[in-house]
Write a protein that binds this ligand. Structure first.
Ligand SMILES: [Zn+2]
Length: 370
């Protein structure tokens, strides 16, 4: 789920100034960088040349101009389904799956599907068997991965009134089934630290909790700690060495590259995506981020959490997506600057083979079938 709507808008505003100038006159923006400042259009050409795969988007419909963008950027998407009982269009699983396969089918190979199962039916006696039956059906139709979401750990309770956790025995056969089919588990467990408080308006995710207070746990009692939720996730990793797991949103360890590194060291079946957490990398000391991405170049997948919601205007969507890809490419691939909350962030200029892995081949390795 898009977690940074306000932030995305802010960054859109901030960057649009730069982009607007670029589109019109393509100057070198000397105030930001003594070197070159490539236009948005040329930056997108560089991005497209790597034939990028964005492993984390939520697309609910398509449009000829959206499809044209995918083709122009030579972009492949993994569309991720989520069951969320707080949003009307995410409450029902069957129509989401039907719409998603229609999207995949009409995309000329540009969209692949990560399905999910319905965790709100956890209390049903046939829950595990039904979930397996449904995801197997989706695999047969071409789904390449399965998502679990933060409602496991933070929302749904069992019949004893306890929050269900990712390592609940009822989920174990589902994980075995995913591994048996050679598919990948995309795991969004817990949230950024700031969800547990204290309030911090400077945190990149802060605006999300202003808009989605149901996930803001500060001063709410009875919820599991972030550590408990991630320990349950780690338990799944340890119990299922044959299951590839991508911990989305930097595995919810967005403020500690050391923590991510120690998880990657400990669990060879674990990788992370960058979805909606690039901003945290931007505010981490650049030498540290660069060293991390080079050392773990086989374990980080490019994802954005961009969305195309049922009620969205395609013009806004195209603008938002292109702005994000320009920003992310500049940050990871160039020595130009990007702006974040009024700060100039210097690009990491990662080596070409590392970019090739992060933007493309790691997705193929970790999520086969894409
Ligand atoms: Zn998401």
């Amino acid at each position: 789920m898009k977690t940074l709507t306000n932030f995305a808008l802010l960054s859109l505003l901030a960057l649009s100034a730069v982009l607007a100038i670029d589109f019109v006159t393509q100057p070198s923006v000397a105030a930001y960088n003594p070197g070159k400042q490539t236009s948005a259009e040329d930056t997108l050409k560089e991005f497209a040349a790597i034939r990028p795969i964005d492993v984390h988007v939520h697309v609910f419909k398509t449009d000829p101009s959206f499809q044209a963008l995918l083709e122009r950027l030579q972009l492949k998407l993994i569309d991720i389904l989520v069951m969320d009982d707080t949003l009307p269009y995410r409450k029902q699983l069957a129509p989401q799956i039907k719409d998603a396969f229609a999207l995949v089918g009409s995309s000329h190979g540009h969209v692949a599907l990560c399905t999910t199962f319905d965790p709100y039916r956890f209390g049903d006696s046939s829950f595990t068997a039904d979930a397996i039956k449904q995801i197997d059906q989706n695999f047969a139709q071409g789904a390449i991965a399965v998502k679990i979401w933060k409602n496991i750990g933070m929302e749904i309770k069992n019949s004893d009134g306890k929050f269900i956790m990712a390592d609940d025995p009822k989920f174990a056969p589902i994980y075995k089934d995913i591994a048996k089919h050679g598919k990948t588990l995309m795991s969004h467990q817990a949230e950024p630290d700031v969800a547990w408080g204290p309030p911090d308006p400077s945190d990149p995710s802060w605006s999300y909790y202003q808009e989605n207070p149901q996930w803001f746990l500060y001063n709410k009692s009875g919820f599991p700690s972030k550590q408990e939720i991630l320990q349950a996730r780690d338990h799944v990793l340890a119990e299922n060495p044959d299951l590839r797991m991508v911990g989305v949103h930097l595995g919810s360890m967005e403020k500690s590259l050391d923590d991510i590194a120690s998880h990657l060291d400990r669990y060879p079946n674990f990788a992370v995506d960058t979805a909606a957490r690039m901003e945290y990398l931007m505010i981490t000391p650049p030498e540290k981020v660069r060293a991390f991405l080079i050392k773990y170049q086989d374990r980080v997948l490019y994802g954005t959490d961009l969305d195309y919601l049922p009620d969205a205007d395609v013009k806004d969507v195209l603008q938002d997506w292109q702005t994000t890809y320009v920003r992310d490419w500049k940050f990871l691939a160039t020595d130009e600057t990007v702006e974040y909350h009024g700060r100039q962030i210097h690009g990491l200029k990662l080596p070409a083979p590392v970019l090739q892995k992060i933007f493309r081949s790691n997705a193929q390795h970790w999520i086969p079938g894409v």
